[in-house]
Design a protein around this ligand. Structure first.
Ligand code: UN1
Length: 508
């Protein structure tokens, strides 16, 4: 392995960096690219969590070869048996939940309770998809003709490529991988380079659960080290991507050109409307969680707040006093309410947008920079930040930041609130807080979003219902639930004529 520039002394005793490998065809192998990538603890960058040698283009192609070779036998394995492998995955993950949550906090930075919540969510998703092994059903239909049987079956696609981001290092890889596998596909997983240790643990769990070699392969590295191999290779029948709009757009175009199935789950700029008759304490809790939970680093984060005029001052008073109470720091400390930005690039984006907001004339009410404190000097910390008087056409109102920056606007009427909420190129999720059922239902109907919450925050999802957005937030099939499973299948319609009736009929 090429030598790395030595880091300054490491802080207190932390685990030595894990030396990670790629997983191809059931074997752990070193990446063959020269580039060595390190993942560091974003709360203290002297703590190196893991390092690995990047995959090269040849490694990525090898992973596709391995998946291709394993896919036929896996496709023939009865779906209930495939589901049972997932049940074992869930069982192992349940046992390792706290240990993996701690790894997640160390590598990604979210506070420990959030990491535990993410573990639980991922496990529930695996449980759900494990059960789908028993329910991979088609439908039957009455035929126009006597003695005919019409039905559909769901078959695997072959090899799927799964490309996942860093902000949910456990839940997103499993919520894509589990349906792909139970549907009978082989998978090449490419996890984000700044959370590789978690990706390796995920694959180890599938290995321990008895998944045959080659059915799940792991490639680590920056796309520039292996190019577009995991999007463009014609053997990849489906590509499932979660990440930025910029990359998602490209994935969509490349897959569209060659006719591959594609689902891209991209950004959000999710509004919460707190209407004049809302339970303000309930709304406050939802906005706090939505805007500052996970350091605002979720596509479902609440980044736009629209307040009814009558409660504006009262709600802002409550909000600012809560925001000022948030303790920023290392997510392993139980008194900390918000962890760091994930890396230097995200921290810079957050700080840049704060400057943009100021230049655009929005009024900064709290936060707006890096927090003080000796123990925070080695991490990518940013203060929870609130702006008011944010103009609807401004960049602060329109663009995804992916950080703890909340923009607030005032609405004169309910219609104005809905118009402000919809005036955005994204459409992932939205929330409405209020008691008036008619207004709540008008919001549900009129909101251009894939998911709408009434009296609950914009974040989250549940395994059994579809997850995804409209407008710039997503293309392709929804994730989770039946829809998430169906994406990884090909539907075949079967015309079974057991009496020869079709020969004489004029049916087209
Ligand atoms: C959640 O809000 O719990 O990347 C899930 C994201 C989304 C997942 C959000 N795909 O933030």
């Amino acid at each position: 392995m090429p030598t790395l520039t030595k880091k300054p002394q490491t802080r207190k005793a932390t685990a030595a960096p894990a030396e990670l490998k790629l997983y191809i065809g059931g074997k752990w192998i070193d990446g063959s690219h020269d580039r060595v990538v390190e993942s560091v603890n974003p709360a203290d960058t002297r703590d190196v969590v893991a390092r690995f040698r990047s995959a090269s283009r040849a490694d990525a192609l090898k992973a596709i070869d391995a998946a291709e070779n394993a896919s036929a036998a896996w496709a023939k394995t009865p779906a209930p048996q495939r589901g049972r492998v997932l049940s074992r995955v869930a069982e192992i993950a349940r046992k390792r939940r706290d240990e993996l949550a701690a790894l997640m906090t160390r590598e990604e930075g979210k506070i420990l309770p959030e990491a535990k919540g993410e573990m639980d969510k991922g496990i529930t998703l695996i449980d759900w998809f494990a059960g789908e092994g028993l329910r991979l059903m088609g439908t039957s239909a009455p035929s126009e003709l006597a003695g005919n049987f019409l039905y559909t079956i769901r078959q695997p696609l072959g090899v799927a490529s799964i490309i996942t981001p860093w902000n949910f290092p456990w839940a997103i890889p499993v919520w894509k991988t589990a349906p792909a596998l139970v549907a009978g596909n082989a998978v090449v997983l490419k996890a984000a380079s700044n959370v590789p240790a978690m990706a390796v643990e995920i694959v180890k769990i599938f290995e321990e659960a008895g998944l045959p070699p080659g059915v799940l392969n792991l490639v680590l590295g920056e796309p520039e080290t292996f190019g577009d191999a995991l999007i463009e290779d014609p053997r990849l029948k489906a590509v499932s991507f979660t990440g930025s709009n910029e990359v998602g757009q490209r994935v969509y175009e490349l897959c569209g050109k060659r006719g591959a199935k594609v689902t891209c789950e991209m950004g959000g700029k999710n509004p919460t409307v707190v209407w004049n008759d809302a339970d303000l304490n309930l709304a406050l809790a939802g906005v706090m969680k939505g805007a500052f939970g996970s350091t605002g680093q979720r596509c479902t984060a609440t980044s736009r707040l629209i307040l009814g005029e009558k409660i504006y001052d009262e709600f802002m008073g409550l909000l600012l006093s809560e925001v000022k109470k948030i303790k920023v720091g290392d997510g392993m400390d139980p008194t900390v309410g918000m962890g760091p930005a994930v890396d230097a690039a995200q921290l810079k984006t957050d700080l840049d947008y704060i400057e943009i907001g100021k230049k655009e004339g929005a009024r900064l009410l709290c936060g707006g920079g890096r927090p003080d404190g000796a123990q925070l000097q080695h991490g990518y910390f940013v203060e929870p930040t609130v702006f008011e008087n944010v103009k609807p056409k401004s960049r602060l109102w329109q663009e995804e930041i992916f950080g703890p920056v909340l923009s607030v606007a005032r609405a004169r009427t309910f219609e104005h609130a809905l118009e402000l909420a919809n005036d955005c190129s994204f459409g992932l999720t939205a929330a409405f807080y209020g008691q008036d059922l008619t207004l709540a239902m008008k919001f549900v109907e009129g909101m251009e979003a894939g998911m709408v919450h009434v009296n609950s925050p914009t974040i989250g999802g549940e395994a059994q219902v579809p997850f995804g957005g409209v407008k710039g937030s997503g293309v392709g099939e929804r994730e989770m639930s039946k829809e998430g499973l169906h994406f990884f299948t090909e539907l075949k319609t079967v015309f079974l004529d057991y009496t020869g009736q079709r020969r004489q009929s004029n049916l087209y």
